[in-house]
Write a protein that binds this ligand. Structure first.
Ligand code: NAD
Ligand code: GLY
Length: 360
């Protein structure tokens, strides 16, 4: 088992990564009773095993099973969790355990952040995307029809348990979506990892266990470092915002197309290619760099072009992004492969040109 620490002083916590962890939870998962939040796809696959394991560490359980999908990352689902917590008389000491992908993790985390002003939270991520990204770092929330992840809170889990075996049941399209966030770490801050990905993408796509475990560990190590340095994304330059490479463009795709049409990772891949193209237009990247990024996404079977929403619509949607501060759009761009920067000076004409070159 690999264990990493997210260093946040008294709120520090561990990420455990290994095959078979669902059947042998660490002691830190023990509690008198817990509430599991999951969905209709994940529950038949893994809920019984999690319940049995929690019972072994002494916890009684109740579960809320939500409808599946990004379209349900909303108020209705959140209210179903609150209803369950109240009906089951959960108190401030009852941890909420998220069993599922990023949608369940974000919803359950926001419920944990807000129920009775905050209860303990444990992440049991079951998608590649949630194991490499969303289960770590404490961003929680729901979508609004006008904007992705617009309502939420920072609420750190007290434990993350990633059982890599759960990836065996993940559909191919979801595996690819998770790889978009894996590639992100290489592009923004870890050139040796990017080179490793170039050499090992075939093994990841073939779901070789040791390659997947390494990619998850390396991704979590990168994320843990970034979060420990800038937990609340308040750094004036760089910091946690760099984890959002491609996300301002990508969130526009997700909102513009309707939640769930494009998977988050797919939108991030196409959005990253817009950021890469813009970085080339600013003279920061060369054609060879653009081709390397593009080739990695293609090998991961991810889209490299966004949908034809229209440039004005992209810009309008991007203007609602959380990275817009005082009306100024702060984009994450690449100074070079393996080094990202936040940048508010990109000329509108070049942003337009990048969208037009990379969409439709
Ligand atoms: P998801 O949660 O929708 O899961 C993808 C699909 O796989 C769903 O249908 C799910 O039911 C199913 N599934 C989950 N585990 C499975 C398994 N082991 N076997 C078979 N099917 C399984 O999507 P996701 O890609 O995990 O997460 C995307 C969400 O995460 C987005 O809402 C995004 O905004 C959010 N996100 C949050 C953060 C953060 O820091 N909080 C970071 C990145 C992404
Ligand atoms: N996924 C971006 C972040 O956690 O900050």
């Amino acid at each position: 088992m690999t264990s990493l620490t997210v260093g946040l002083g008294q709120r520090s916590y561990q990420i455990h990564i290994a095959s078979g962890l669902l059947d042998k939870l660490p002691e830190q998962a023990s509690a008198r009773r817990v509430t599991i939040v999951t969905n209709e796809v994940v529950a038949p696959l893994y809920l019984d095993r999690l319940v049995n394991s929690l019972e072994k560490v002494g916890a009684g359980t109740t579960a809320v099973v939500l409808p599946d999908g990004e379209a349900h990352k909303n108020w209705e689902s959140l209210n179903r969790i609150y209803d369950h917590l109240l009906a089951s008389r959960c108190d401030r000491t009852t941890p909420i355990v998220a069993l599922g992908g990023g949608v369940i993790g974000d919803l359950a985390g926001f419920a944990a952040a807000s129920y009775q002003r905050g209860v303990p939270f444990i992440q049991v991520p079951t998608t590649l995307l949630s194991q490499v990204d969303s289960s770590v770092g404490g961003k929680t929330g729901i979508n609004h029809p006008r904007g992705k992840n617009m309502i939420g809170a920072f609420w750190q889990p007290r434990l993350v348990v990633a059982d890599t075996d759960t990836l065996n049941t993940l559909p191919d399209r979801e595996l690819s979506a998770g790889l978009a966030e894996v590639i992100k770490y290489g592009l923004i801050r870890d050139l040796p990892f990017l080179e490793w990905l170039e050499a090992n993408m075939g093994r990841l796509m073939a779901r070789e266990g040791d390659a997947l475990a390494y990619a998850i560990e390396r991704s979590c190590a990168n994320k843990a470092e970034v979060v420990a340095d800038d937990e609340l994304e308040t750094a004036k330059e760089g910091g946690r915002a760099l984890l959002n490479l491609g996300h301002t463009f990508g969130h526009a795709i997700e909102t513009g197309m309707g939640y769930g049409e494009w998977l988050h990772g797919e939108a991030v891949a196409a959005g990253t290619m817009m950021a890469v193209d813009l970085s080339r237009r600013l003279g920061w990247l060369g054609d060879v760099d653009v081709e390397r990024a593009q080739r990695l996404f293609e090998r991961a079977k991810l889209p490299i072009r966004g949908p034809a929403l229209g440039t004005d619509r992209y810009l309008d949607l991007m203007g609602h992004d959380k990275k817009v501060i005082a009306g100024q759009m702060r984009l994450v761009l690449l100074r070079k492969l393996g080094e990202a920067a936040t940048w508010a000076e990109a000329p509108q004409t070049e942003i337009r040109a990048a969208i037009e070159a990379c969409c439709g």
